[in-house]
Structures are given as structure tokens and as C-alpha cells.
Design a protein around this ligand. Structure first.
Ligand SMILES: [Zn+2]
Length: 228
């Protein structure tokens, strides 16, 4: 047991060393090892590992996974740096901030629709480039149609998300989804008897806004990895 505790500490230190040497690939392996071996009860240390794992994922271009890591880090330890990183890199949808607000809207729409499509697949993954292109085209077509019929600028983030979620694209089905609608369940605060809004504190008690916590929309790189 003693040896085990040693090994996660060493992996954690090694990860930080690789990170400072600009070698995120090897840092990733070290932080993953540290995460797997660190005892579950050590939430502060787990929070630190997850924070650096997030920094590593961001460097590797896996921004969605980085957000996920920082959000988990922040839940484990309210005093680590993850808050600042979440603030800096996220937009009003709790997703990775894009160059323009229009791209933020498109990205949210794309992720919601891609998530719905992947939910119909047993593998939960995109299989080929051709499939990826076909789905992208279908979603893009839907997006153009939606934008022509609705003026997004007069809608709040919440109203936009509801609109994006309600917009139905006819995808080719690979299997009949069992619980397709569960993806769009509406969060309700029963003690206060109202729906949770986007910027409210999350009900799980993390102290994070709902959009950065349990209400997060998974980004493309998370969806592509089959994460739900
Ligand atoms: Zn939560």
C-alpha cells in the first residue's frame, strides 16, 4: 500500500516535469497514471492532478476534455486554479470559447445535434471520415435553415439552447435509441419549485454554475471519444 501511494506521487511529479518540458503526450500518460493510483479519499490531491491533466489536454488540443477535467477538479477542491481556467476558456454556454459569438452559437448547435446523432449509435462514435462529413453537412444545413427562420440576436442563451435542442434533423438511424430524450432532460429545482437557469449554482452542490457543471454540453472532442 505504501509503495502504491509513492508511485502516484512520483507519476504526478513526473507529469508536471514533462509539462514544463513541453512534452504534453508524456505528461498525459503520467497524470493518467497518477489519477488511477491516487487513493479516492484524497480529494485535494485528486483535484490537483485533474487540474494539471486539464492543462495537458488543452495543450493537446482536446479543449472539451480539458474543460471536463477542470470542472471535475473544481468539484473536488474549491480552492484550486480550475475556476480561473474555466472562466478564461468558456463561453456563455459553458463550452470552449470560439473567436466570435456566432461561432459559439454554431458550436453549441453542432454539439447538441452531434450528441443526439451519436446517441442513436451503439458505438457512440463516428466511424469514418465519410460519416463525419455527411453528419456535418446535415447539421450545417439545419443550422442555415434555423438561422434564416429565427433572429437569434433577440434570444437569451437559455432560449437559444432550447431552440437548438428542439430543432430536429433527420439523421440516418443505426439502431433505435432506448432513451433518446434523456439527453435533453430539463433540470428542475424541486425545493424552490422552478427550472434551473443556466447561471444558477448547480444542484449537485459543487458551487459551480450549472452550465459549467452537470449542465455542460459535451464538446466535439469529448463526443468523438464516446464520452457521455
Ligand atoms: Zn453539478
Amino acid at each position: 500500500m505504501e509503495r502504491n501511494i509513492e508511485s502516484w506521487r512520483i507519476a504526478y511529479a513526473r507529469g508536471k516535469a514533462f509539462l514544463s518540458l513541453h512534452d504534453p503526450e508524456r505528461a498525459l500518460k503520467s497524470f493518467e497514471q497518477a489519477l488511477a493510483e491516487c487513493p479516492v479519499g484524497r480529494s485535494k490531491e485528486l483535484g490537483k492532478i485533474l487540474f494539471f491533466l486539464g492543462v495537458t489536454l488543452k495543450k493537446l488540443g482536446l479543449s472539451g476534455c480539458a474543460l471536463r477535467s477542470w470542472s471535475a477538479a473544481r468539484k473536488l477542491d474549491k480552492h484550486n486554479f480550475s475556476d480561473k481556467f474555466l472562466e478564461r476558456f468558456t463561453n456563455r454556454y459553458g463550452m470552449i470559447r470560439q473567436e466570435t459569438p456566432e461561432l459559439d452559437d454554431w458550436n453549441a448547435f453542432y454539439s447538441i445535434q452531434l450528441g443526439r446523432y451519436l446517441a442513436t449509435k451503439r458505438s457512440k462514435k463516428i466511424g469514418t471520415d465519410a460519416e463525419n462529413d455527411m453528419i456535418w453537412d446535415l447539421i450545417r444545413e439545419g443550422w442555415n435553415e434555423l438561422r434564416q427562420s429565427v433572429d437569434l440576436s433577440i434570444l437569451s442563451s437559455c432560449e437559444r439552447l432550447a431552440l437548438f435542442g428542439n430543432y430536429r434533423i433527420v439523421f440516418p438511424f443505426f439502431s433505435v435509441p432506448a432513451a433518446q430524450e434523456s439527453y435533453e432532460s430539463i433540470p428542475v429545482d424541486f425545493t424552490r419549485q422552478r427550472r434551473i437557469s443556466f447561471d444558477d449554482k448547480c444542484l449537485c452542490g459543487s458551487g459551480l454554475p450549472y452550465r459549467l457543471c452537470c449542465g455542460r454540453i459535451p464538446c466535439k472532442d469529448e463526443l468523438a471519444g464516446g464520452i457521455f
